[in-house]
Structures are given as C-alpha cells and as structure tokens.
Design a protein around this ligand. Sequence first.
Ligand SMILES: Cc1cc2ncn([C@H]3O[C@H](COP(=O)(O)O)[C@@H](O)[C@H]3O)c2cc1C
Ligand SMILES: O=C(O)c1cccnc1
Length: 355
Amino acid sequence: MIPPLNRQHDAYIQHTIDMKTKPQGALGKLETLAHQLVSILSQGMSRAQLEAEKPAIVQPQMMIFAGDHGIAAEGVSIAPSEVTGQMVANFATGGAAINVLCAQLGWQLSVIDCGILTAPAPELGIVSQRLGHITRPLHIEPALSEAQLDQGLLYGQEAVQTALDSGSNVFALGEMGIGNTTAAAAIFSALSGLTGAETVGRGTGVSAEVVEKKQQLIDQALLLHGDALDDPREVLRRLGGFEICQMVGAMLEIARAQKVILVDGFIATAAAMLACRIEPVSQDYMVFAHCSGEQGHRRMLNELNAEPLLDLNMRLGEGSGAAMALPLCQSALAFYYQMASFESAAVTQVVDTHE
Ligand SMILES: Cc1cc2ncn([C@H]3O[C@H](COP(=O)(O)O)[C@@H](O)[C@H]3O)c2cc1C
Ligand SMILES: O=C(O)c1cccnc1
C-alpha cells in the first residue's frame, strides 16, 4: 500500500506562497511545484517542524535502467540493439548527454543493466539486475514471462533502496533500450484505447515508412493480447521491457517511501502510467519534468492530467528531460523558503483582481 499524500499542511503552504511579495500566482508553475515539493518533503512533520527544518532536496539520484527489446529486430529504430550496451558503456565512462547534465546539475548517477544483449564488463561498475538478454517480440508473444515480471518489479524496488536509505529524496528514472518507443507506444495504446497510429512517433528519428511499420506492429500486438490488456500488470508483462518493468517497480517504491519522482519523457511516462494504474496514489509523488518531442507524449501527459514543467523539444530519453528540471525544483524551494512575505518586508499586500 502506498500512503496518499497527507494534505494537512496544504492550506498553510498555499497561504505561505500567496503571502510572498509578488502578485498571486505570478511565479506560475514554480508555485504549484513549490506546493507539491514542500508537501511531499514535509510528510510526517508537524507545522512547527516544517517551519524550523525547511526540508530541502537531498542527494538527488538519477538512475538509468537499460534493457534490450525483441521488437528491435523488426527494424523499428535507427540503431541496432547492440547500441543499448554500447551506450551503457558510454554512461559508465561518462561520455553520454546524461553524464554531462548530471555532472553540471548535481545529480548522482547510477546505471542498471536490466537485461541487455551483452552484459557489460564488471569493472564498469554497472549494477547487474538482469532478467535475460533481450525481451521476446511483443507482437508475437508476451515480452516478459510471469517470473520476469515479478522479479523485475522486485529488482526495481531494490534498485532505489540504497539511495533511499542514504537520504535521497528526489529521484529521476532514465532509460536506454533500442526499440523502447515502440514498447512505450504499445503500452500507451493498451492503457488509453488509442490506436497505434495515435500513439507512435519517430523515436530516434525513423522514416515515415518505419513509423507506419511501428503502428502496424502495435495494432497487431493489441489484437494478439486482447482482453488480457485490461490488467495493467499484464500490459507491462506483455508489451513492456526489462527496463520499463524495473522503472515501474522503482517508481512504486519511491512513492511508498513518499519521495519525489521526476518523470522524464515518453518511455518513463509510459512506466509512470503503469505505476498509476497499479497504485493510483503514486501520482501524488510525481512531477512531470518535460514534454518530449516524441509525438504522443503530450497526449500521454493529457491522459494523466499532468502539466509538464519544460517543453524543450528534447527527445533523447536517458533521463535527460528529468535532469533539466532539478534547477526548477531548487528555485521553487528557494523562493518558498527565502522570499520575504508582505508582512516581513512591510510591503502593502496587492489583491489579485484577475480570475
Ligand atoms: C546513440 C543513441 C543514444 C540514445 N540515448 C537514448 N536513446 C533513446 O533512443 C531509444 C528509443 O528510441 P527507438 O525506439 O527509436 O529505438 C532508447 O534507447 C532511448 O533511450 C538513444 C538512442 C541512440 C541511437
Ligand atoms: O521522450 C523520450 O523519452 C524519448 C524519445 C525518443 C527517443 N527516446 C526517448
């Protein structure tokens, strides 16, 4: 059971925001972000504790989950499956986009091999939580076995434990897995009732013909798996991937611990949708970092009633969009704790006449 966010401080938090020396609402999404962050970070605290302790972001943790996809053999990506493992090695040696962003912005980074074609060399320091080499092609049979689903959810939980134990309270989950925009679009279709044509996009940048092929494979998968897709766990097992499965397990565990989840792009949001279908209150702990350039992501966010913080036309994955939202979270908390109030600064309070 995931505890819903205790809203006991809600009115106080909103009042604090409204009494800052600014027109009401003038800090826009930073205000709703501050409200959600303070609310999550002050769980279990009295109002006096919240005022005294000013809970801040501690050791923000980025975790990249990597897995290979059987569907990639259909040529749904610009790259072959081998690139998943090669990029994992690149993450380990610090050369990928996500390494640069994490180093610049202050994220701790860990990489988890959830099952890629070639296991990385042990000296690379990648966490090994392998469920196999590659998933089965989702348009022909369930991508994961029942045992892999259960083990994957458990591995995901375990992956976040060390960081939780050492005090991390903001997490972002990234992914690497050639072919996984096809899996994510299939998951989105299954959960929303939309056709493949409405959920697919260009992923790494495939041609219009390949996009059409992705649609057909998804529609074929929806037909094949049929009514089994009424159950979100079965959607994950049949259409997901080793990395998506562990991301769902990790998200549920972070929500259970009442910490912040910064949700990345199209694939991470598919995992978030699954977590929300399995345990709806987990959404209380999710901050939607950005709207990806992947077609379908905006629609996915709408389905969740989620308002993304950023819209940078990024379409990379790896957790890169989520990484970019950390400074916004820091700014939101900074204004909440550090700005003067009308009273403390002796500024005449302005009354908002807008709707
Ligand atoms: C070099 C390279 C680096 C990446 N980093 C993330 N992705 C992204 O692209 C993949 C999903 O797109 P698709 O479904 O079209 O394969 C995922 O691995 C995702 O993380 C990459 C893809 C490539 C080629
Ligand atoms: O939005 C994403 O996460 C994404 C989009 C394209 C390719 N890889 C990831």
